[in-house]
Design a protein around this ligand. Structure first.
Ligand code: BES
Ligand code: ZN
Ligand code: ZN
Length: 499
């Protein structure tokens, strides 16, 4: 997909669709630069179809008179005073979906002046490029040629904006392409079935990323013997129920003069059956998604050499399957994590926190970063609390929490802060070990899971994103078809760029 920037003269674009946007009750304004003699025609159509710029309203009109485009697609943005970046991403995505259903290959899209003024040209154009690319994504690898041909993506996108804004917008195109490519790569990894994305497969992806980075990224993979030798008993406990051998994946990126060191950790359960605390079939159906945190970390590293953040970054993935094999972990078993704390395992389906306990301890004790961020499809409880679109945000450091909230707002990867509630600490206290891996009660499961992880931070500034909801869409959304969403990749990239 190619993007071009051009100064406005919307009606003169030789494209399949011209995509314009209107705020509520301002639908007439979009024709500003159309010649007077053709404007009336379009305005009439708008009136007849009762289009008035309400959020989500669309109108497709055939080109008429001396215009050069084939069809006009109008998309409503809703009330101007309620406008935010989530609206921008969603409505651009919807507009592009309409272009696709109208078989468009070449599209001109007018970036509304309001976006450019509110967010600056670079940010507005970056978001536009991301939305266009994310909206066109389909996972067609396992479909036949006919289906593949049917879902042709847009090939050329002309972004129309005032001449004075074009120079600053170039940067936005470049960043938008990188951010979107990284998120789409993560979607692919999550959408692949678990028979493909084994722990060794993820390790091989990490090696490939290093190979393609011209020396900027170094990957080290620890295999089973080494994981055992290093006494990552909690991680091995989960891994040993499966025939697939586990992999402990480390990725390093280091600029010349790093401002700080950041560890990114991703839950990498390549399939979660629940183990002996076996899930029911309806809950197991989508559990290939349980490596979405790991996939997001790989997504970030796939473009890190080009983004060139000013921080040293270490990516850590403890990858394994959670299976109920003959050697599987049993409820009641006690494991010693890498930091020496003992864990009573009462439910083998609360496995992500066990693998993360070792990954986080390893990060804190061996890598000694200035801050750690983990992404994990950790609890169904978080989805109950916040729904499918919003990640739970926990942490022990206000500054880091605030910065991630800022990046979330800038990328429309939504988060909501939940408490690391100390008065619930007793819920994960074990009679026989230091902690237990479930609370036993029915409530507050996202919080008790975060409290459990908090035992393994080594008191390093840390943020935990429970992405069980937004990592995977059960139904089509404007920005992503059903399946992996690439959640977290753009949020992290935005944050890393800001340090
Ligand atoms: N991978 C699941 C969490 C999950 C649920 C992710 C739904 C995405 C969608 C996790 O390993 C799990 O099974 N958690 C249990 C914890 C419970 C046993 C304390 C859960 O949420 O039910
Ligand atoms: Zn589980
Ligand atoms: Zn899981």
């Amino acid at each position: 997909m190619k993007f071009y920037l051009r100064p406005t003269k919307a009606y003169k674009q030789e494209v399949d669709t011209l995509n314009l946007f209107a705020f509520e009750n301002e639908e007439q304004i979009v024709f500003r630069d159309f010649p007077a003699e053709i404007i009336t025609d379009f305005k009439e159509a708008i009136k007849k179809e009762n289009f008035n710029g309400k959020k989500g309203d669309n109108l497709v009109i055939s080109g008429r008179g001396p215009v050069s485009f084939y069809k006009l697609i109008l998309t409503g943005l809703g009330k101007k005073q309620e406008f935010d970046l989530v609206t921008l991403y969603d409505q651009i995505a919807k507009s592009i979906r309409l272009s696709l259903s109208n078989k468009a290959v070449k599209v001109a899209l007018s970036v509304p002046a309001f976006f450019l003024d509110k967010y600056g040209s670079a940010v507005a154009v970056q978001a536009t490029v991301e939305a266009v690319k994310l909206a066109g994504y389909k996972f067609l690898k396992y479909k036949g040629d006919e289906e593949k041909a049917k879902h042709r993506d847009v090939e050329e996108v002309i972004l129309l904006l005032p001449a004075a804004k074009i120079a600053a917008a170039e940067e936005g195109i470049e960043a938008g392409l990188l951010f979107a490519d990284a998120a789409l790569y993560t979607r692919d990894l999550v959408n692949e079935p678990a028979q493909v994305t084994t722990p060794e497969f993820l390790a091989e992806e990490a090696r490939k990323i290093a190979k393609n980075s011209q020396g900027a990224v170094k990957t080290t993979v620890l295999e089973e013997e080494e994981i055992k030798n290093r006494k990552m008993e909690a991680f091995m406990g989960v891994a040993r129920g499966s025939h697939q051998p586990p992999r402990f994946i480390l990725m390093h990126y280091k600029p010349l003069r790093p401002r700080k060191k950041i560890a990114l950790l991703g839950k990498g359960i390549t399939f979660d059956t629940g183990g002996l605390s076996l899930k029911g079939p309806e809950h197991m159906e989508t559990m290939k998604l349980d490596m979405a945190g790991a996939a997001a970390v790989l997504g970030v590293f796939s473009v890190i050499a080009k983004i060139k953040p000013q921080a040293e970054i270490v990516g850590i993935i403890a990858a394994c399957e959670n299976m109920p094999g003959g050697r599987a972990l049993k409820p009641g078993d006690i494991l010693k994590a890498y930091n020496g704390k003992t864990i009573e395992v009462l439910n083998t389906d609360a496995e992500g926190r066990l693998t993360l306990a070792d990954a986080m301890s390893y990060a804190a004790l061996r890598e000694k970063p200035d801050e750690m961020i983990d992404l994990a499809t950790l609890t169904g409880a978080c989805v109950v609390a916040l729904g499918e679109d919003i990640a739970g945000l926990f942490g022990n450091n206000d500054r880091l929490l605030l910065n991630l909230e800022k990046s979330a707002a800038a990328t429309a990867d939504r988060v909501w802060r939940l408490p690391l509630e100390k008065s619930y600490q007793h819920l994960i206290k074990s009679h026989i070990a230091d902690v237990k891996n479930i609370s036993g009660g029915r409530y507050g499961g996202a919080i008790t899971a975060a409290l459990f992880l908090n035992e393994f931070t080594g008191e390093i500034p840390w943020v935990h994103l429970d992405i069980a909801g937004p990592a995977f869409a059960e139904k089509d959304t404007p920005l992503a078809p059903a399946g992996g969403t690439g959640y977290g990749v753009r949020l992290l990239l935005n944050y890393l760029k800001s340090v």
